[in-house]
Design a protein around this ligand. Structure first.
Ligand SMILES: *Cc1c(COP(=O)(O)O)cnc(C)c1O
Length: 401
């Protein structure tokens, strides 16, 4: 069994040509301090015991592995197992990372947490962790997103977080990230910045991956027990890439497992209509890391579109860019329409309403399931529950009428 892929990143934070630390000088030292604290705590038995206790008693881990027989039969002739991250407290995988980083911040003596959020999911997970630990929490959010995600804004405020409206630029996620970085530069002595996906400067992509790799560790053990074998195929949706790398990290050393990441194909292949970084992107630097980016010929960041807010981001985690370049993970797109169809099918056939993000992974199976060899064992990461998306899908149906 090889573990080559697991040795990444390099000391400077690179995964092949991707990754690194493209930040203002003032942030170099805090990033090093964060990395040193993380490396120390990772081996600290007391820290590990505390993290595991919270994951068990507060988050609800281990999450179950459920066989989805009716949806599988609809798509092809394989067995399908769902890793149920939708059953975590707060409804998705993001809490795994928020708890881990908040725990590090507390051990570093930082009493103030900042975060940025697009759809509000990472903001809610961070506000939850801060409430649990009694940390001050400030969440930056674009004004446009705040209007679209009113309920999550209220949720964060209920949890005691301050939500700051960002009115610069397109007033969405990338502007909120710029604002959070500005805050961090100013308040770095007292403040830790919790990034929500495998993005940003080193060590974030590594730290977030490690906290999310609990998904794959549990799933591998569970599928061995429930299916009597390791999977032939594993599949996950990819926004920044944290739920996908969380599932895949443990599986990468097993060369027989085919790994599939599914990006948002949106409304079509024109720049601006999707968030498919591998079919439409080029190499560039955004928000502190070098990766595949949707940009125009002048290097201006392109507009993106996806029906699911969590997949709607112009860049992708650098480790994904690396694993795509080596061919270890293959990436495909799923359109808005296929994702919505899958959302309905999974609800009706399995009694599970999936997040629209996760519906992209199911959408791939709807369209390509017949290409999977008969009798295969397929493992799919059900990254979150769809309650948050019900109003949006209801609106869609009303429009069609
Ligand atoms: C945020 C989110 C995603 C996308 O983020 P990744 O970092 O790519 O995992 C996917 N699914 C759900 C339910 C989310 O909330």
């Amino acid at each position: 069994m090889t573990t080559r892929a697991q040795q990444f990143p390099t000391k400077a934070g690179y995964y092949g040509d991707f990754g690194g630390k493209y930040v203002p000088e003032t942030l170099m030292q805090p990033l090093e301090e964060f990395e040193a604290a993380y490396r120390r705590l990772k081996r600290d038995p007391e820290f590990k015991a505390k993290l595991n206790e919270i994951l068990r008693d507060f988050v609800g881990r281990p999450t179950p592995l459920s066989e989805a027989k009716r949806f599988a039969a609809h798509c092809g002739d394989f067995r399908l197992f769902l890793k149920r991250e939708d059953l975590n407290h707060t409804g998705a995988h993001k809490i795994n990372n928020a708890i881990g980083q908040a725990l590090i911040a507390r051990r570093m003596g930082k009493q103030r947490i900042i975060a940025e959020t697009g759809a509000g999911q990472h903001g809610v997970a961070t506000a939850t962790a801060c409430a649990l630990f009694g940390l001050e929490c400030v969440v930056y959010m674009g004004e446009v997103d705040m209007a679209r995600q009113e309920l999550n804004v209220f949720r964060m405020r209920l949890l005691g977080a301050e939500v700051v409206a960002v009115s610069s630029g397109s007033r969405t996620l990338k502007d909120a990230i710029n604002e959070a970085i500005r805050d961090w530069v100013t308040n770095v002595r007292t403040t830790h910045y919790i990034i929500g996906s495998v993005l940003g400067p080193h060590p974030y992509p590594m730290v977030v991956r490690d906290f999310q790799s609990v998904i794959g560790k549990e799933a591998l053990k569970q599928i061995r027990k429930q299916a009597g074998a390791i999977p032939d195929v594993a599949i996950a949706c990819v926004g920044g890439g944290s739920n996908a790398i969380g599932l895949f990290h443990e599986l990468i050393p097993h060369p027989s497992i085919r790994l599939i990441g599914v990006e948002a194909g949106g409304r079509g292949s024109a720049l601006g209509s999707h968030a498919a970084r591998f079919s439409g992107g080029t190499l560039g630097v955004l928000h502190g890391t070098r990766s595949m980016i949707l940009q125009d010929e002048n290097g201006q960041i392109a507009e993106t579109h996806s029906i699911s807010a969590g997949l709607d981001y112009p860049s992708i985690g650098p480790e994904h860019a690396y694993l795509q370049s080596t061919g270890r993970i293959e990436y495909h797109d799923c359109s808005d329409d296929d994702a919505v169809e899958a959302f309905h099918k999974v609800s009706r056939l399995e009694g599970i309403i999936p997040a629209l993000e996760s519906a992209h992974a199911f959408g791939y199976l709807l369209r390509h399931g017949r290409e999977i060899p008969d009798g295969s064992i397929v493992l799919l990461n059900l990254s979150g529950r769809g309650d948050k998306d019900v109003p949006q899908v209801m609106q869609l149906l009303n429009k069609e009428r």
